[in-house]
Design a protein. Structure first.
Length: 154
């Protein structure tokens, strides 16, 4: 047997992803949502931006509207949005946003796109006008392979 041309080589992670997609196709419509999430997810996410927001607890709905607005914007600008989170039980003034990237360079490109996106600019203006965020901090962490977005199995 000859060698595999470079265009057809794939990593173990890509092979596992394709196998999972194939299994989802065999399972039919019940696996449709899981399959679509796998197809949307970039293969090599390496970096997570975790944003901690101290919010005015009396403006929780404003923070929720701000977070919901990011739903279509962040993926369009190049970020893999894991989600925004409102305070629930316990502390009533801390919210979170989590966005993944394949590199710091991807994050920097994403930031440039945000500054040019009309919807993002409107959301930034809403943020500045309503003043529902009292403090914001960003932390960048590396994603440990094999531990990211692992669904429950039992």
């Amino acid at each position: 047997m000859g060698t595999i041309p470079p265009a057809f080589e794939m990593t173990r992670r890509e092979a596992a992803r394709l196998t999972t997609i194939g299994l989802a196709m065999l399972l039919g419509p019940t696996a449709g949502h899981a399959m679509s999430r796998l197809q949307e997810r970039p293969v090599n996410l390496k970096l997570m931006c975790i944003i901690r927001y101290q919010i005015d607890p009396f403006q929780k709905e404003a923070f929720k509207a701000y977070a919901e607005a990011w739903g279509p914007i962040i993926p369009r600008c190049g970020g893999h949005l894991l989600g925004y989170f409102l305070p629930s039980t316990g502390t009533n003034d801390i919210g979170w946003g989590m966005i993944a990237f394949d590199s710091l360079a991807s994050y920097e490109t994403y930031q440039k796109r945000l500054r040019m996106d009309p919807d993002a600019l409107r959301n930034f203006e809403f943020y500045q006008t309503k003043k529902f965020v009292l403090r914001e901090e960003r932390n960048f962490v590396e994603i440990v392979d094999g531990t990211f977005e692992r669904p429950a199995t039992g």
